[in-house]
Design a protein around this ligand. Structure first.
Ligand code: HEM
Length: 539
């Protein structure tokens, strides 16, 4: 007869202890799983069915290769490589489920058509917390972000006649600066959108030195490098679990946050003092201060400074890419110039500067702008949009994907701008003219350039108009060529967008005396430009 002896108290306690520990380990393990894996544990395997992706390591998934690539400057090729899985790629990234959207159709279906449920931002302890002090509206969770978005909406960026006038004046400053100090072309293409933003926001001309502008450029570029670059952004729980003195990552990013705060505060003091003694009720600075009344003034500061930096830096990088296209594809630019000469005159007499009124007749230049944005996407990595509820998606391959709430979607810009385009590496504006959707400025630009859904770029109308005016006027009046050494060839993949100095060697010269005279005749109208850049040439 079998006799079962009941366990003693000691054994029972040990058993309870072991199973409690096991439960704790399992609970902790589950907490560190990404949403799709966690969901399949709770609801059974197969509940969530996601697009394919690489085999991954336990717990970290594909995070380590990503962090290596991100911090080693190889993240663009890494993301491009992941597009080999098809229209979408699923990546397990620590506690996150990332789904890369690798072509326009995927972006359109998910970011635009499902915008009602794909609009949240994840919490990013580094970029959002330490570097931005939880204030950068662009990274805020939807509830807070809406307040800022409503405030910015009042600006109607680029949609008013006033803004067109501001663009016109600033572009005259740009032309004069190109005449006076052509070697500093890369500085002028930053000052131009900044001068526009400053006037739009304060109603006053930009009176900032190059050093002040460079400070803000550094803020923008270092902020961008902080996004999705640290382990903690993928395991945000660590911020709660690890005692603060042991949070080894804090020091570096807090320091960056303090630097950003200092630069922004200096700018902000300048902006608020400009409006302090005038009645300019329309000023955005005043509007932002009213909008955030009762809360810390910093919220207004961060919002305003985001507008300044996004509104200046993205156009700067786009213009950088355009200059690269000018020197790499002179025949394309000659064709634009042919159109401009026909409209605005050529030879010695009867010239006029192109303007926004010429836009309907300049479909090839509109195509050039689209092609610049496609050829060298300005924003290769947009912060992810988070799905707020489970979502089913029927796809072309006959599959029905089911994504769990919490999935993070990323526009994989380079593949989006490449997949589905004939000879994608080439700069061929003609591809936009063949489209049935139309030849204007707006058609087809969505999804890849200014993003879609609720968090699309608020400045897109302003950007399109300022790019059009700058490209038309610069190309009408100036020649651009590569200024490398003998036998050196331009490498059109190296844009060096974050370089504070000249990103690649370019020679700029005015086309003719007549074009110079045309610019000089209107020099008095460029009231919005700021300190004389010639001093910098001498230094
Ligand atoms: C060629 C120029 C530009 C490009 C390519 C560009 C691109 C983008 C993209 C792709 C986003 C969306 C990121 C996302 O999905 O979260 C964005 C957001 C934004 N852009 Fe632009 N942009 C440009 C010019 C401008 C200008 C002139 C402004 C003027 C203020 C501006 C202000 C903003 C702001 C404030 C946001 C954040 C919107 C939000 O989170 O609600 N951008 N931009």
């Amino acid at each position: 007869m079998l006799y079962f002896e009941p366990p003693g108290h000691g054994a029972l306690a040990a058993g309870i202890l072991v199973s409690s520990c096991l439960c704790l380990v399992v609970a902790a393990y589950i907490q560190f799983l990404p949403p799709h894996k966690r969901g399949n544990i709770f609801f059974g395997r197969g509940r969530y069915n996601l697009p394919p992706g690489p085999a991954d390591q336990p717990l970290v998934g594909s995070l380590l290769p990503w962090l290596r690539a991100r911090n080693g400057g190889q993240w663009v090729p890494w993301l491009v490589e992941q597009a080999r899985y098809g229209d979408m790629t699923t990546l397990h990234m620590g506690t996150k489920t990332w789904v890369l959207l690798n072509n326009s159709r995927a972006v359109n279906e998910i970011i635009s058509r499902r915008a009602a449920i794909v609009h949240e931002r994840p919490y990013m302890p580094i970029a959002g917390g330490l570097v931005s002090q939880n204030r950068r509206f662009f990274l805020l969770k939807t509830a807070d972000w809406r307040v800022g978005r409503r405030l910015v909406g009042h600006l109607q960026l680029g949609a008013t006649k006033d803004h067109e006038q501001i663009i016109d004046e600033a572009s005259l400053g740009l032309l004069c600066a190109f005449l006076d100090s052509s070697k500093l072309w890369y500085r002028h293409i930053y000052r131009y959108p900044m001068a526009i933003m400053h006037k739009v926001i304060t109603g006053r001309p930009l009176l900032k030195t190059t050093a002040e502008l460079q400070d803000l450029q550094r803020v923008t570029s270092t902020f961008l490098t902080s996004i999705n670059s640290h382990l903690v952004d993928f395991f945000p729980q660590l911020e709660r679990i690890v005692p603060r003195p042991l949070q080894f990552w804090r020091r570096r990013w807090e320091e960056m946050g303090r630097f950003h705060y200092r630069v922004m505060s200096r700018w902000w003091d300048g902006l608020t003092s400009l409006i302090a003694d005038d009645e300019n009720e329309a000023s955005f600075v005043r509007h932002a201060l009213h909008g955030y009344a009762g809360t810390a003034e910093e919220r207004a500061m961060y919002l305003t400074m985001l507008l300044m930096s996004a509104g200046a830096d993205n156009p700067r990088m786009t213009m950088n890419a355009w200059v690269m296209a000018c020197i790499s594809y002179p025949e394309v630019m000659q064709r634009v110039r042919g159109d401009l000469d026909r409209l605005c005159g050529s030879g010695d007499g009867g010239l006029r500067l192109p303007s926004l009124d010429d836009l309907p007749q300049m479909s090839y230049l509109c195509a050039v702008i689209k092609e610049v944005l496609r050829w060298r996407p300005t924003v290769p990595l947009m912060p992810q949009r988070v799905l707020v509820e489970d979502m089913d998606l029927e796809w072309d391959d006959g599959k029905i994907y089911r994504f769990p709430a919490g999935t993070e979607f990323l526009v994989n810009s380079i593949p989006v701008c490449t997949n589905g385009y004939d000879r994608p590496d080439e700069f061929r504006p003609e591809r936009w003219l063949d489209r049935e959707s139309g030849h204007g400025m707006e058609q087809d630009l969505w999804q890849f350039a200014f993003s879609g859904g609720k968090r699309y770029c608020v400045g897109y109308k302003l950007a399109q108009k300022e790019l059009f005016v700058a490209f038309a006027r610069l190309l009408y009046c100036f020649d651009f060529s590569f200024a490398g050494g003998d036998g050196e060839k331009v490498d059109d993949t190296k844009l060096n967008a974050f370089e504070p100095g000249e990103p690649f060697p370019v020679k700029v010269s005015v086309r003719s005396r007549a074009h110079e005279k045309l610019i000089r005749n209107r020099a008095g109208e460029c009231r919005n430009w700021g300190p004389d850049e010639k001093e910098d040439v001498i230094r």
